[in-house]
Design a protein around this ligand. Structure first.
Ligand SMILES: [Zn+2]
Length: 291
């Protein structure tokens, strides 16, 4: 297949270009770091955590293969949250080291930059599968009821809802996810497929927080996705479920010298809305004076 160039490309000096040397200098073994918190995400549950700007967090597989559904908000304003579809366009449909996750409008700035990924070498498999998926979204009890007629309360959507309630967020704040450790693609009929999770104990995906964040992760009830959730072969995949873990690290100050949180584009237009050509208040005053 002929290669068609990407629509969104980073030219020299573009805002899409990243300083790879800076981010490569933040990884384990290059910069000193202190573990400040470990968050355990039990199987079929969700957890939320905060990360200050300039810190690093790592989502890891502590026992066995398991996919996770990840959400993220600006800690101070949940209207700014990760934008999966724009990230797909600006970066890729499956993300890895040096890719960023971008925020919704009107904020549009990188919320995190991925600095390390033990599955980076997975690339594309013989069926077109790739890892860390932005194509799909979370499993939820509504689509489950639609397909099976049954109620189940531990889908990723519900796990994320319960995780963020203590932070003042609701079901309406939960949004399209990054499917961490999840191998997916589009088949020849352009339909979404999921394959067995290739992650092994010790694998991780690591992020640098560009702004203060609230994050949430669900340990998908689908486990390693080796068992169908829906369709003729469907079974309960409980035996394939494992926990996930998150580690939050503070970096030594000197490696962050010169780094600043990214700012939003300085768009000053008003979406084409113009100031009215007639000042109606002044006109009303003039007519009233005439009376
Ligand atoms: Zn799920």
């Amino acid at each position: 297949m002929a290669k068609v160039e990407a629509a969104y490309r980073a030219g020299k000096g573009s805002k899409l270009e990243i300083d790879k040397a800076f981010y490569d200098g933040l990884v384990e073994g290059k910069a000193n770091r202190t573990l400040i918190e470990t968050v355990k995400v039990p199987m079929r549950e969700g957890m939320a955590w905060e990360v200050p700007a300039g810190y690093v967090f790592r989502i890891r597989v502590p026992e066995g293969p398991q996919v996770g559904d990840f959400n993220m908000w600006n800690r101070h304003d949940p209207r700014e949250r990760m934008w999966a579809s724009r990230t797909r366009q600006i970066q890729r449909a499956h993300i890895s080291t040096h890719d960023r996750i971008w925020s919704t409008l009107p904020f549009l700035r990188p919320m995190v930059t991925i600095i390390d990924d033990t599955l980076a070498s997975y690339g594309e498999d013989e069926q077109g599968g790739r890892v860390h998926d932005l194509l799909g979204t979370r499993c939820d009890p509504y689509v489950n009821h639609l397909l099976t007629g049954e109620d189940f309360d531990h889908h990723c959507h519900s796990n994320l809802v319960r995780a963020v309630l203590p932070y003042g967020l609701t079901e309406f704040d939960v949004h399209d996810v990054l499917n961490v450790f999840q191998c997916t693609g589009l088949n020849e009929d352009d339909q979404y497929f999921m394959k067995t999770c290739p992650a092994r104990k010790g694998d991780y995906l690591e992020f640098f927080a560009e702004i203060d964040l609230l994050c949430a992760l669900s340990c998908c009830p689908g486990g390693d996705l080796s068992v169908d959730l829906w369709g003729p072969e469907a079974q309960d995949p409980l035996s394939t479920c494992h926990p996930l873990e998150v580690e939050i690290y503070k970096l030594e100050d000197k490696v962050l010298e010169g780094w600043k949180p990214p700012v939003s584009p300085n768009y000053r237009g008003q979406h084409g809305l113009q100031k009215p050509s007639i000042d109606w208040c002044a006109e009303k005053d003039r007519l009233q004076r005439k009376d």
